[in-house]
Design a protein around this ligand. Sequence first.
Ligand SMILES: Nc1nc2c(ncn2[C@@H]2O[C@H](COP(=O)(O)OP(=O)(O)OP(=O)(O)O)[C@@H](O)[C@H]2O)c(=O)[nH]1
Length: 419
Amino acid sequence: MSEKKRGFLGRLFGSRPDDADRAESPVAVGGDEAAAGEVPALDTADIPTSGSAPDVLAFDAAPDLVEPLGSPDLPEATPPADLGPQEDVAPPELDPVPEPEPEAVSAPDPAAAPRLSWFGRLKQGLSRSSSALTEGISSIFTKRRLDAAMLDELEDVLIQADLGVDTATAITERLSVGRFDKEISAEEVRAVLAEEVEKVLAPVARPLDLDGEHRPHVVLMVGVNGTGKTTTIGKLSSKLAAEGRTVMLAAGDTFRAAAVEQLKIWGSRTGAEVVARDTGADAAGLAFDALQAARDKGVDVLLVDTAGRLQNKAELMAELEKVIRVLRKIDPAAPHTVLLTLDATTGQNALSQVEIFGRTAGVTGLVMTKLDGTARGGILVAIAAKYGLPVHFIGVGEGVDDLEPFSAKDYARAIAGLA
Ligand SMILES: Nc1nc2c(ncn2[C@@H]2O[C@H](COP(=O)(O)OP(=O)(O)OP(=O)(O)O)[C@@H](O)[C@H]2O)c(=O)[nH]1
């Protein structure tokens, strides 16, 4: 059962009375070299077409407004208070990022099946993750009396599902209290699983707070290649436009022509202006131009795309720092939100992405994508337990409607296979 939801505006922008108490925590990320995707076939039926056709602001011939990195004129970036030292970028040698699971799900065909509720789609999306767990649980709890061996087996199942050792231990310890030598059903175990997972996730399930204090509110999207930055920007742009916000998109992934084209398509379909330059242009210069243009036009929200980068590539991470430094030349508080997209299919590597992107780019919140079709959805629990960073949205598909504010209860019930 889904908890009773607030209206979308409330969920998206955060109108809970306790919002003022929510501290913004810095986050970090890392990424992988996924293949550059083709521009996805966008579901035009789903994307609002309201708003006039946007201009694509090309700055091909613009003067280089931004000095090269290291210029004495650039003010030193002021790292967020709780970030580590900026020069400490040299990341440790990391294991290669595992190949994402091959079972990536293609865009849903809206005509194929009746539209499910969001919880229905979440449950469907997480079905591989939940069946890995529920099948494991069912094979252990077969009308036997509870003993230590069963709890050990359960702990293994939970750890293999990427939930993390702490959560796995919390669940088995809770089951052990007063239940030894008593019969316990798989359903009871799943109910405890859902409750413990919700406990871990509830503190991080926070709406994205786009307060009106900053105009534009600058959102910087960072992450490893192919984790869904551009797609998430498109989905967010659509949601913001539907809420009556004016949005501008900055095509900061200047490495990949297809990413720029992809963003232009999202822009034209969501009524957002797109600031773009030619492939290979300086990403920091583009971000500077875009923020200036967004200011001049009184835009509410500027969504800045960036090129995907592996978290262990120091020079690419330094480029990200440069983008942030340059934005701060115009607005010392920018970027006001730094969202890290995490591809759920990469499993444990997501932890090091959070660690390093958080340290380098001051990540303020997470978006977990591609929860559909992966058996590794449990990783979100391990990340929440370890870093406590806000999780604003989750993605369960390529369509514009496949991104929703994160609900701890829905997620916990879906992953435990509860109705
Ligand atoms: N199944 C599924 N696919 C997704 C989801 N989010 C994004 N994708 C797909 O993942 C692929 C990569 O998405 P992009 O938005 O291009 O990723 P990116 O991070 O901008 O990629 P780079 O620019 O290469 O760094 C595209 O085919 C998207 O349609 C999701 O939640 N579920």
